[in-house]
Write a protein that binds this ligand. Sequence first.
Ligand SMILES: Nc1ncnc2c1ncn2[C@@H]1O[C@H](COP(=O)(O)OP(=O)(O)OP(=O)(O)O)[C@@H](O)[C@H]1O
Length: 229
Amino acid sequence: MTSMEIELKQISKYYQVPGKEKRMVLDNLSLKIESGDSVAIVGPSGSGKSTLLNLISSLDQANSGVILHGEREIGKLGEDEVAQFRNRNLGFIFQSHHLLPQLSLIENVLVPLIPEKDKKIKVEAEKRAQELIDFVGLSGQISQLPGQMSGGECQRTAVVRALIHQPGLLLADEPTGSLDKQSADQLGDLLVSINEKQKVTLVVVTHSMDLAKKMKKIYKLDNGKLSKI
Ligand SMILES: Nc1ncnc2c1ncn2[C@@H]1O[C@H](COP(=O)(O)OP(=O)(O)OP(=O)(O)O)[C@@H](O)[C@H]1O
C-alpha cells in the first residue's frame, strides 16, 4: 500500500435530535489532503473534529458532498465494500489504546490478522509486525501484557496494530490525550517518522498544539468551517 490522497468536496453534516433544532456541524466544507501529507485538525470542543474524522474514515456519512480516497468515491460503495475498504486501507489510533488485557504485546498486534485466510498475507504481516515493533522500540517487550507496560508503550503498540495491514491512511483521534507530556512528545515524534518512512498519509485530530505543530499542515475547525493556520 502506498499513501493515499483524500479530497472532501463541499461536505455538510448536521445532526437532528428529535424535538430539537437541526445542528449544522460541518458547513459546505472542502479539503484536499495530498498523498503522504501529515495534517492536524484542531478546534474548540464540539466543533466537529471527530465528526470530520468519522466522515473521512467512512464510519459515518455526510448529508451532502463527496469524499474521495484516491479515485474512489466512498459514498458510492456498498456496506460490505466500505467495510473491506476500511480494513484494507485505513489504520486507526484513538485516545485509549484498546489493547486486550489478557493478550501479550505481539498477540495484540496480530489481532487484526485473525480473520485473514490467505496464508501468504498472514506470514508477510507477521514479519512486518516484528519490523514495526523494532521501529517503535518495543522489541524487548513482545511477551508483556498491557498491564505490565506504560501508557506510552501501550499506545505505541496500538500504533503498530494500526499499521499491520500497511494502510495508505492513518487516522488518529486525540492519540496523546491520555499520555503525560514526555510520552506524548515521544508518540508525536513516532507518528511523524511513520508518516515519513512508512509511506502513509496522516490525519490527526488533537487539542494539543504541541502535537499539531509536528504536522506539515494545521487546520482549525470552527463554526463548521476549516481554515489553515
Ligand atoms: N450522534 C450524534 N447525535 C447528535 N449530535 C451529535 C452526535 N455526534 C456529535 N454530535 C454533536 O456534534 C457536535 C460536534 O461533535 P464532535 O464530537 O465531532 O466534536 P469535537 O470537535 O470532536 O469535540 P471534542 O473536542 O470535545 O471531542 C457536538 O455539538 C456534538 O454534541
